[in-house]
Design a protein around this ligand. Structure first.
Ligand SMILES: [Zn+2]
Length: 308
């Protein structure tokens, strides 16, 4: 592994984009971050992305020819076979953008596009808190909620190889409407966007402000409690559907507030009577933190990892 050339990892989220030069050991050699602002249009964002790759490569002192490829994790829906992004919800203005072709032409490197929950899962599976566990369930609690299931290191994919949207598991029939077509799904209650929207009614600026006020404001406490309960319900469903060995909680909120979530989730899960005896599903914090996605994205560019 150590002889492999480094790769470029890109993690595109609704609010920010991270570009990193990543070694085959999972170590980040250089890291560039900028606000995504997708509403500027895809061309403007692509120009900034290419500039960030060049800046990161310069900082890491690698020429394009010394890299083995580029892996991109992006907030879905994305189409890995076509290399296109179809996400009007968190990346408005990028409808059906082909991100793979222009990067391949600019850098003359192989380029892969995957859903960001899948890249985070590969990051944690290969280099982080998921090592040695299968099935492995990765959950990213951030602006949105994503999830991925790895079975012996392979990503579970659905029909047409599409990425299942675990964030839209319905947990509360009377919950808020969701853009997915139903109401009360996990993401519409526990995502950063949902927490921010609920907090706005009480004058909180964003989800961070809601979390900061949990111990001093009962409205903030109730919003966070709902988010935790929604997460517990969704995980209950997923645990019973898949009997995972380990659940890795990642994403901005999942990492920053891991202790608050796991304090409720762990005892809740021990009540389950239908799990295999002595299985003890583990709930752990993403070891790569907020960089799981960008490291895992690069993981898709290393030749021997190219078919996860
Ligand atoms: Zn939904």
């Amino acid at each position: 592994m150590s002889a492999l050339r480094p790769a470029i990892g890109i993690d595109i989220g609704g609010t920010k984009t991270v570009v990193a030069v990543v070694e085959s050991t999972g170590r980040i050699r250089s890291r560039v971050e900028f606000a995504t602002h997708s509403s500027r249009g895809f061309v403007a964002c692509l120009t900034e992305l290419i500039a960030a790759i060049r800046a990161g490569s310069r900082e890491a002192a690698v020429a394009d020819g010394q890299l083995c490829g580029i892996g991109i994790g992006c907030a879905g829906p994305v189409n890995p076979s076509l290399g296109t992004i179809h996400n009007p919800y968190t990346l408005p203005g990028w409808d059906d953008a082909d991100i793979v072709t222009p990067l391949r032409e600019a850098f003359h490197l192989p380029v892969r596009l995957e859903n960001d929950a899948d890249t985070a899962a590969i990051g944690e599976d290969r280099w982080g808190a998921g090592r040695g566990a299968s099935p492995l369930l990765m959950v990213t609690l951030g602006t949105g909620i994503g999830g991925a299931l790895l079975i012996n290191g392979k990503i579970y994919r659905g029909l047409n190889n599409d990425h299942p949207e675990l964030g839209h598991i319905a947990v509360r029939p009377d919950g808020p409407d969701c853009y997915c077509g139903t109401r009360g799904c996990w993401e519409s209650i526990a995502s950063g966007s949902a927490i921010a929207a609920a907090g706005k009614q009480f004058g909180f600026a964003d989800s961070r402000a809601v979390f900061a006020a949990v111990s001093s404001n009962e409205n903030a406490a109730a919003i966070v409690q709902q988010a935790i309960e929604a997460t517990a319900s969704a995980l209950w469903t997923l645990i019973h559907a898949y009997f995972p060995q380990r659940i890795v909680l990642g994403g901005g909120i999942g990492v920053e507030h891991f202790d608050r979530f796991s304090a409720v989730l762990r005892p809740y899960i021990t009540r389950a009577t239908q799990l295999p005896k002595n299985s003890g599903v583990e709930i752990v914090k993403a070891a790569l933190g907020k960089d799981a996605g960008v490291i895992g994205a690069a993981g898709f560019a290393f030749p021997e990892l190219s078919s996860p």
